[in-house]
Design a protein around this ligand. Sequence first.
Ligand code: PLP
Length: 391
Amino acid sequence: MKKDEVFKNYDQYIMGTYTRLPLIFVKGKGSKLIDIDGKEYLDFFPGWGVNNLGHCHPKVISAVRDQVDKLIFIPNNLYHINQAKLAKEINFWSFDSKVFFCNSGAEANEAAFKLSRIYGQGKRFEIISFYNSFHGRTFGALSATGQEKYKKGFEPLLPGFKFVDFNNLSAVENACSPNTIGIILELVQGEGGVNVAKNEFVQGLRKLCDEKNILLIVDEVQTGMGRTGEMFCFKHYGIIPDIMTLAKSLGGGLPIGAMVTSRRIADTLKPGMHASTFGGSPLICKAALATFRAIQKEKLLTNTKKMGEYLKNNLMKLKEKYSSIKQVRGIGLMWGVELEIPGKPIVEFCLSKGLLINCTQDKVLRLMPALNIDEKKVNKAIKILDEALKS
Ligand SMILES: Cc1ncc(COP(=O)(O)O)c(C=O)c1O
């Protein structure tokens, strides 16, 4: 199919729910993407946080190849070795937990809300969430999202969600009521502008939840699987959540979501109370197992910390050079560059020079390169960003 025909078919047959860049990619390897014209791009925002291993990682490819011949799908009223192995692997890297498998971040958060409500026994049902948060597009997840722009026109949403300022513990304390059953947060708000939760805040939330028997839900859909330099971001804070939700990079590029719950509350959901047909299929679980293996074998957590520091230092140098940069913030390989000017032209300039980055909240450039990035690629990206800011 020729380029024009692809665009035409999209116009004619695909719903217009996305604002798309006029790019057609045909191949990817690591941090490299090749478009339909053969132009090469350096991907510093691979798959919106899906491709933490970069594109087409060899371990994921061979895991999928191996499994696809044996068994692709088996329903959840039966057992499979890969699902058993993956739940154990998640447990090993997170906390003493049981897992519910599904297909996306929104679905994992929906499961977390349902579990919370059941745990509240019909008496406690309220969930506290934060302004600038993002938890997905389904009705429950959207109701928990602290940004009006995503909700407009879809009201009435699910009742029982309250919003307070991020990093403001006393606001959370004041919002707690006898009906409160859960607090949900991203430890680094991604879509909301790369806002990092403070240590005291998260530790304070944990203490508050313990005192009031409230469930602490961390949405690690974007921060999970090594993105911040730990396998899961909560590890930076010395706390253990009651529920952690995962998706995006868990499957190495294939769709999977998971709700990970502490053993204490896991059995609150009884057989028949919740389900997901495709959740945790043998094929996807095999890809997810390969993702864990790659992160471990290739020492990607160490690389993320090292390259994260390197990227940060280079971004700070740009900040010193350009007054148009207001703030540089982030952790690991999840960085936001807040500008005094709109970010869209910068993204477009970078694109014209073969660098893919993202802009969120109109003025925050988002850089989330693959965890196996090296200095050479960071230098290349910084050089293009420098040119973009100069122009
Ligand atoms: C923190 C967070 N939670 C949930 C979601 C929703 O995930 P999905 O698009 O897989 O439903 C996203 C997606 O960007 C996210 O960043």
